[in-house]
Design a protein around this ligand. Sequence first.
Ligand code: MOS
Length: 706
Amino acid sequence: MENRILKDENDRVDGFLKVTGGAKYFAEYELPGLTYGVLVTSTITKGKITSLDTKAAEKAPGVIAVLSHLNKPSAPAYEQEGGSQMKIFYTDKIFYNGQPIAIVVANTFERATYAASLVKTSYAKEDFNTNLDKAIKDPKAKKLQGQPDYKRGVENAYKTAEIKIEQQYILPIETHNPMELHGIIADWRPANKVTVYAKTQGVKATQGTIANVFKIPIENIQVNSEFVGGGFGMGLKTWPLEIATVMASKHVGKPVKLVITRMQMFTMVGNRPTAIQKVGLGATKDGKLTGITHTAFGESATYENFTEGVVNMAKFMYQCDNVNTSYTIVPVDLGVPIWMRGPGEATGAFALESAIDEMAHELDMDPLDFRIKNDPEMDQQKNKPFSSKNIKEAYKLGAAKIGWSERKNKPGSLVEGPWQTGYGVSVGVFNANRGKASVKGTLKADGTLLLQSATSDIGPGTGTGMGLIASKLLNIPTNKITFELGDSSLPPAPSQGGSATLSTIGSAVNDVCLALKSTIAELAANSNMDATSNFVDVLKKNKLPSVEITKESQSGKERDNYSMYSFSIHFVQVKVHKLTGVVKVSKIVSVGDSGKIVSPKTARSQMVGGAVGGIGMALTEEAILDHRYGRYINNNFADYHVPVNADVPEIDVIFIDKPDFLVNPMGAKGMGEIALIGFSAAVANAVFNATGKRIRTLPITPDKIL
Ligand code: MOS
């Protein structure tokens, strides 16, 4: 990476490029002979294509080809029966409204767009349903187990408890909506060589999917994705639109670029699905939890199943001997969902952490005291100790910072003019994941270190974190360290997802650096140099331009013996306007209990980003369907509201910053997901504290408060 201006070692290595336009995103690559793809999409929700007339489109100026199920562009894997993913252009079936059914390739984007409008389609329509609630209530609708039922102790013990609550919580569809639109540039060259510029969270994953679909060797496929303009989970899959573009490039023998529209971002690249959940809690009068029942229904698609960990948190977050959960997925006639920041847990935490607050209210206890009273000594689900958990300390620090002592347990107590003030708290938790990855390290006689791994960076600052790990171990300033990623030819690494990148790739960086260090020490000893000699001198003395080492790293057996999670506590203060029902988040304190903080600046940014996403989830974000047509009605940034600067107060981030060396050699645990998980419940709990109104359906819009 060139042009790195680092004022101090914590600065983002890619910051300069990102704010000056120097960072190159997939759509900005200009290949010779580049052509442009535009998708034609279904205008019905379910049924069959009866005719697809492409004649006018094919005759339009600049058009090179129109591909659809009629000419079945080559994709050998799709010739086979079975498989659970949508085989684009290999079916005349319509599974949802907005499904891609043809791609028009032309020599300019405008011509492709115009020609796409000339494709005429007729359909045989069938009855459909895009409404989860309706499907749940319909005994004939298909329902599938999303996860095996879980039970410890007595089932539904909450029902016989001294104090009980039972409530239903509803989340709407949320779409990821990163600033950068999705798409791909595919360049299929002779002899089945493929180069793509992709928006992906995993260059190796994209490479693997293309190899599988087109049945070509993995070495023939080069995936480039150095910069990604936001992902939030939508880039964890190679979507049909990407396969369509690769098909098109193969067919026309030219590179093809496809960038979907903002409207298509709502239908082609997944979403956080609607969920309808029930939580039942039972407790003794003095505030000990005696029963937790969490049942969830989540949306899925008819052509592909989607599951996430919606009910996981209920199984271990609180000390309770009687817990049972169930999670059912219900296919509806919509595009398949995908993980979205804090997948599953963010959905589940809204329900569970709202319910915990409701129970505390029933008991007339401070919700923080209630949580502390039911804090588990160990993971009762796995029957293992936690590798680390500093939640009580996190509660204390966060409470002091937000001014929790100002909070009144009686809702509606703090009123100033038309504004009612309330405080809320919630916990977030996510697996402290760690996978397997390889990193190559090259120490050069010019004093620099090059680290390379085929991971991706969707924004959290991977290169910065890796540089800091290496800098400490080898005592090299961060501006002399380059971390290369986003290139499938580099040593293999998993996708960036599940808050695991720093843990997974960082561990391999750690191992490579230690190996380089001992190699340098050996070289020094062999050439009668002092063991503490600078590597530049050692390399020069040995007449070596560089030394390079590749290391693969993965979890040890500690993972079998401990329960490993990252935790977060979100405190919010809200002000609710009595007459308009407007909710303003006026203070935020997010506390991360995520092990050692390797990169303070980017770690803080993760927590800030999660809080901003959390404000959206709590107050504004909702993709609204017109169930009569199965179509979205707010599929743009004007009508789908994400928080803007005016919605976001100053955010205080506190880290416990205690290493957990059971997870990895840096002692660091992930934080991408915990930054968001639980946040929406903290807002809902604060709104209740301010007004006495419990809003159980997100987002908390003024109409629900009035
Ligand atoms: Mo995250 S939903 O694993 O990108």
